[in-house]
Design a protein around this ligand. Sequence first.
Ligand code: PLP
Length: 369
Amino acid sequence: MTSPDNSAGTPSTPRLRASLETFPPYVPGKEPKRIDGLTPFKLSSNENYLEPLPAVIDAMAAHAKDPALYPDDAALALRTELAARLGVSIDELIVTTGASELLVALTQITSDATTEAIYPWPSFEMYPQTTGLAGAKRVEVPVRDDGRHDLDAMAAAITDNTSLIILCSPNNPTGPALRDDEVRRFLTQVPDHVLVALDEAYWEFATAEGVVGGVELVADHPNVVLVRTFSKAHALAGLRVGYALAHEAVIQGLFKAVIPFGVTDMSQAAAQESLRHSDEVDVRAKEIASVRDDFAHALRDQGWDVPEAQGNFVWLPLGELSSAFEDACVEQAVAVRNLGDGVRISIGQREGLDRVLALASVFRSEHFG
Ligand SMILES: *Cc1c(COP(=O)(O)O)cnc(C)c1O
């Protein structure tokens, strides 16, 4: 068999979309380095350091024989449970393979090479990926020095081509949560045809006064989509279940953009069972929040400038010292997330956090005298 003549003599690369050159790939959190005598801690992915609740593990086991069949594509049982708990109709809900698939689908239904997407920065690393892949112009609005969204600047960035705005509360990685009054004021400046996604991946950990309530916001605004996940507070990151709440027209659009049968029966059953134990999930989330507050407080006592932390993580805006700090953690068998502008530390077991506090103190005296 002869291969087609390639005049240069070297195999040619397929022509991929030019938009792929405009954004970096998603980089997952690293594993901790193994060091003799030190228990390793992975504080780099904002996972829940607790296991799923026992009843949830039982529910998964009960579905262990399901995989020969396709799952329920409509996720009817899970959506029914969610609808009852949120006080909404199931037609306002869609279940997806993690909130990640939702972010892709939201971009697919709003964005192309003629549109613009606005989101805060630094924020979740998937926003540049999904909007960039769609070919949209990415308008990254820097967060303020205190890590909060600059909503005035975001409103000012809206043009006739804006089709999607993403808000993240609490903001990953900087930490602060949006307040209800500021978001409602912001929405008065957003044209009705612009879709606003409110990413509440960490809402269960938020404890501040007046934090934005996505469910009520959606009821009042047909252009708002609430994005949530079972990955963080429910400790089900490995099962890939997320959901959106929005008005029916938006949900119907999303149904066309998601992959059929994405969420397995086992994942749906686990999420449903975990929802039934929402009280326990909430207690555990608030315990993590309390450890987070202690940790942030201890860092501030050392002199660090730590923004309001409302998720299950704390942000150190280290700038150029980010890599040096990450390296110091690596050598203590702790993996943290270096995002270039700073380092994000997920809340984990006290032993790991105490180790970070000890090295942070040494780091300060070495670099700030
Ligand atoms: C973790 C995270 C998600 C999505 O996680 P999934 O595991 O895909 O549900 C979405 N948004 C933010 C801000 C996150 O941190």
